[in-house]
Design a protein around this ligand. Structure first.
Ligand code: GLU
Length: 425
C-alpha cells in the first residue's frame, strides 16, 4: 500500500465514480429517473464501533457499509481496514462494485464497507474483536441473499473467518455464505486468494493478444505487492513478461533484466513486517519513480488516486492496467487518453476477485466444491468474454475502454431496474 500523491487536488472517489457513471448514462440516453436512482447509494450505514484494548483503554472507530444497488442481485463487496476510510471513499467503492459485477455479468449488486483504522496499531486479538463488534452492528443489513462482504485492503481470509463465526452465532444458523474469501476449511473456494491477481494477468494478456504484442517482450512495473499485486506479478512473470519494478509501502525495487518474483514472494513472507525494503539484488526506487518508469505495461495495484494531474504527463508506459480500485483520477484519465495511453479500467481488470467470490457463494449454496481447474477455467472464460465485449464495443464506437465498460455495465443495471417495473404505476 502507498500513500497518495498531491492529495489536495484530488476529487473524492464518490464524485469520480459518479463522473464515469454519468458519462455512460448520457451516452446511453438513460431516463433521468434511472440516473437519479443510480447516482446515489440505496442505503448507507455508519456505526461507531467500540473496542476495549488489551491495556484496558476504550477506543471508538468509525465503520461503514454502503449498499449502492441490488438491482441485479444481492449487494456484494469487500471490507477494508485503512486510516483513509470515510463515507465518501466507501460510497465510491460501493458504486464501483455495482459496475464491476455488471461488467462480468455475475448476479450481484454492489456494496463496500470499511473501518477507519490502521490495523498495524492493533494486536490480532484486538483486530478480531473490532471486526466482530463491527459485524454485530451491521448484521441487520447483511445476509447470504442480502449483502455479502469479502476481503479488501488489509483484510484477508482470516478476517472472513472471524466474520463467519460471529454471523453464525448471531443468526444461530450456518450462514457461512454471508461472506466470501473465507479460508478453504470453512467453505472458501480454491483459487479465491489468487483470483484478483489472476484476473488482472488474464486481462493484461488478453489486451496484448488483441494488440498483437508478445508477452515475452513486455517490460512491466507493478505498484503494490499485497495479495493483488504479488499474484499479478507472479502470473505475468510465468507468462514470460519481464517484471522490472515492484513496490509496496516501504518503497520499490528495480532491475532492468527483470526481478525474480518467486524469490520476492518468499522474501516478503519472511522479512520483518512482510515488506519489500531490504531485498538485496535490486535498485531501490520510490513509489513515485515506479509509476514513471520506462516500461511497456504499468500496473497500479495499491490504493486509489495514484495517477493524478500531478504525474499523468510523466507516465511513460503506453498501457496501464488498473489492478487497484480507482488508481487513476478522472482528470488524469483525460490526460492519459489524449496521450494515447490505453487504460484497462478497474471494473474490468480487477473483477477476477469478485468472480471467484461468486463461485464460492455458488459452491456454498450447492454444498458441492469444485477443483482448482474448474475454478480457473471458468474464471478465465468469464474474464475473456467481458474483455472481448468491452474491447469490441470500444473499437466499434471509438470510445476508451473505461467508457465502453461503463456503458455495458450501466445498461445491464438500468435494464434490471426497468424489468422490475420501475416505470409501471
Ligand atoms: N474487494 C474485492 C474488490 O474490490 C473483492 C470483492 C468481493 O469479492 O466481493 O473487487
Amino acid at each position: 500500500m502507498v500513500s497518495s500523491p498531491a492529495a489536495k487536488e484530488i476529487p473524492s472517489l464518490a464524485s469520480a465514480t459518479q463522473h464515469f457513471f454519468r458519462e455512460a448514462a448520457i451516452h446511453l440516453k438513460l431516463d433521468p429517473g434511472i440516473i437519479k436512482i443510480l447516482e446515489r447509494p440505496q442505503r448507507e450505514v455508519t456505526v461507531q464501533v467500540p473496542l476495549v484494548k488489551e491495556d484496558g483503554t476504550l477506543e471508538v472507530f468509525s465503520g461503514y457499509r454502503v449498499q449502492h444497488s441490488n438491482a441485479r442481485g444481492p449487494f456484494k463487496g469487500g471490507i477494508r481496514f485503512h486510516p483513509s476510510v470515510d463515507l465518501e471513499e466507501v460510497r465510491g467503492l460501493a458504486a464501483l462494485m455495482t459496475w464491476k459485477c455488471a461488467v462480468v455479468n455475475i448476479p450481484y449488486g454492489g456494496a463496500k464497507g470499511g473501518i477507519a483504522v490502521d490495523p498495524k496499531h492493533l494486536t490480532k486479538r484486538e483486530l478480531k474483536t473490532l471486526t466482530q463488534n463491527f459485524i454485530s452492528m451491521i448484521m441487520p443489513v447483511l445476509g447470504p441473499f442480502k449483502d455479502i462482504p469479502a476481503p479488501d485492503v488489509n483484510t484477508s481470509a482470516e478476517t472472513m473467518g472471524w466474520i463467519v463465526a460471529k454471523a453464525c452465532e448471531l443468526a444461530d444458523d450456518d450462514v457461512r455464505g454471508i461472506v466470501t474469501g473465507k479460508p478453504i476449511e470453512i467453505g472458501g473456494s480454491l483459487g479465491r486468494r489468487e483470483a484478483t491477481g489472476k484476473g488482472v494477468a488474464v486481462s493484461t494478456l488478453r489486451l496484448l493478444k488483441w494488440l498483437g504484442k508478445d508477452p515475452g517482450k513486455m517490460r512491466v512495473a507493478v505498484q503494490g505487492f499485497g495479495n493483488n499485486g504479488s499474484y499479478t506479478a507472479l502470473y505475468l512473470a510465468q507468462a514470460g513478461c519481464k517484471i522490472q519494478a515492484v513496490s509496496d509501502i516501504s518503497g520499490g525495487l528495480y532491475k532492468e533484466s527483470g526481478l525474480d518474483i518467486n524469490a520476492l514472494f518468499q522474501y516478503v513472507q519472511t522479512s520483518d513486517n512482510h515488506l519489500l525494503a531490504g531485498y538485496p539484488d535490486a535498485l531501490p526506487i520510490s513509489n513515485e519513480e515506479l509509476l514513471e518508469t520506462d516500461v511497456d505495461v504499468l500496473i497500479p495495484a495499491a490504493l486509489e488516486n495514484q495517477i493524478t494531474v500531478a504525474n499523468a504527463e510523466r507516465i511513460k508506459a503506453p498501457i496501464i492496467i488498473e489492478a487497484a480500485n480507482a488508481p487513476v483520477t478522472p482528470e488524469a484519465d483525460v490526460i492519459l487518453g489524449k496521450r494515447g495511453i490505453t487504460v484497462v479500467p478497474d471494473i474490468l481488470a480487477n473483477a477476477g476477485g469478485v468472480v471467484v467470490s461468486y463461485f464460492e457463494w455458488v459452491q456454498n449454496q450447492q454444498g458441492y466444491y469444485w477443483d482448482l481447474d474448474t475454478v480457473n477455467t471458468r474464471l478465465t472464460m468469464i474474464m475473456h468474454r467481458a474483455f472481448d465485449d468491452i474491447y469490441t464495443l470500444a473499437n466499434e464506437q471509438h470510445i476508451p475502454l473505461r467508457k465502453a465498460a461503463y456503458v455495458i455495465a450501466v445498461q445491464r443495471v438500468a435494464r434490471a431496474l426497468e424489468q422490475k417495473g420501475m416505470f409501471v404505476g
